[in-house]
Design a protein around this ligand. Structure first.
Ligand SMILES: [Zn+2]
Length: 354
């Protein structure tokens, strides 16, 4: 393109290039840009002078000025990139460091939605005086079933599609019935063994079921178990606790209802539903609650006396209540996620939204 420039413009370009090539700092390049490109610079002067030229020369003169402008800008850009690359090389090899250069950006991760909700619930329960406990994911039959009032022949076992562990080719009987825990309720037993009442604990954790995976079933999901044992506890305390908890989660008063539910380790047992917090008008129904106005929240109930006794707790003196929050379900409700498979799928396109 230079070859088409008139001699005067060609000289301008040569001068500019000489300065650009000699430049060793961004400030020198900025000075060239000021002299040639900015308002009042060489290019602007050339364009202004066009009006004084005879009409037949104006077109070429205009084109020439624009070619000069483009060529100077390109040379400035090239040299700037060169200087940056040199600075990075120098920094890498330890010969100086230019703090004015942009740093290498680091991609930041974020917390998994399950972790977020778990931590939030832990904070809420901590503020209500609960201890946060943990338990093993590989459990033995005794803790997962037997001492929760679910003996070997109990039909409730069929509802838990259990992953049994094989140890050295031997199954169940010879390895104490090693299994992947099917609920967090087994930590209830471990807690009663360790702690003297009164106590209140919650236990968040992963549980496993041999489920056929679909939008609402996963083989691995999350629960949060709650157990409170003390003197004089009643169903009223259970309901009060759940209402307090819901008020904290949704920051408003949430109506609850109890339906009878059967779980061998509680008596009486309930299914606790909450007024859907997402309906525009409470109870009106929406997509989240499938138009019913209620969302199933958790199975709960008063701890069965047999369960307390098996763990050595004096049932003359103490009663207790327990609840099993579906943590995965709460996460889905909170973020309106309609497919449980997203939670454990590990797809970063999903996870990076949190
Ligand atoms: Zn609703």
């Amino acid at each position: 393109m230079e070859t088409t420039l008139q001699p005067e413009l060609h000289q301008h370009l040569q001068d500019a290039k000489a300065r650009i090539d000699a430049a060793t700092a961004a400030e020198e390049l900025r000075a060239v840009e000021r002299d040639y490109i900015d308002k009042g610079g060489v290019v602007a002067g050339l364009l202004a002078a066009i009006t004084t030229l005879p009409p037949e020369q104006r077109r070429d003169a205009g084109q020439g000025a624009n070619i000069l402008k483009g060529a100077v800008l390109k040379a400035l850009g090239d040299r700037k990139a060169e200087l940056e690359a040199m600075a990075i090389d120098a920094a890498r090899s330890g010969h100086g460091f230019d703090p004015s250069l942009p740093g290498t950006s680091i991609r930041r991760g974020s917390l998994h939605p399950v972790t977020r909700v778990t931590r939030e619930l832990e904070d809420i329960f901590s503020s209500m005086g609960y201890d946060i406990l943990d338990g093993p994911e590989v459990e033995i039959d005794v803790y997962n079933f037997e001492r929760l009032n679910i003996p070997g022949d109990h039909p409730a076992r069929d509802m838990h599609d259990t992953f049994w562990c094989e140890v050295n080719g031997a199954e169940r009987d010879s390895n104490m019935g090693l299994l992947l825990r099917t609920h967090t309720s087994c930590v209830q037993v471990r807690t009663m063994e360790r702690l003297q009442p009164p106590f209140r604990v919650v236990v968040p954790g992963r549980v496993f079921r041999q489920e056929t995976v679909d939008a609402s079933h996963e083989h691995t999901f999350h629960q949060m178990e709650g157990l409170v044992v003390g003197e004089g506890l009643t169903v009223g305390h259970l309901i009060g606790t759940m209402k307090t908890f819901l008020r904290e989660v949704f920051q408003k008063e949430i109506e609850v209802r109890l339906r009878p539910g059967y779980f061998p380790f509680v008596e009486p047992g309930f299914e606790l539903d909450a007024r859907c917090p997402f309906c525009a008008t409470p109870g009106a129904g929406c997509r989240v609650c499938k138009q019913t106005g209620w969302v199933e929240l958790c199975p709960c109930g008063m701890v069965h006396p047999a369960v307390l006794q098996m763990s050595g707790i004096d049932t003359e003196k103490y009663t207790g209540f327990a609840f099993g929050l579906g943590l995965s379900r709460l996460v889905m409700l909170r973020y309106e996620i309609d497919d449980i498979r997203h939670l454990m799928g590990g797809d970063t396109r999903f996870l990076s939204q949190f």
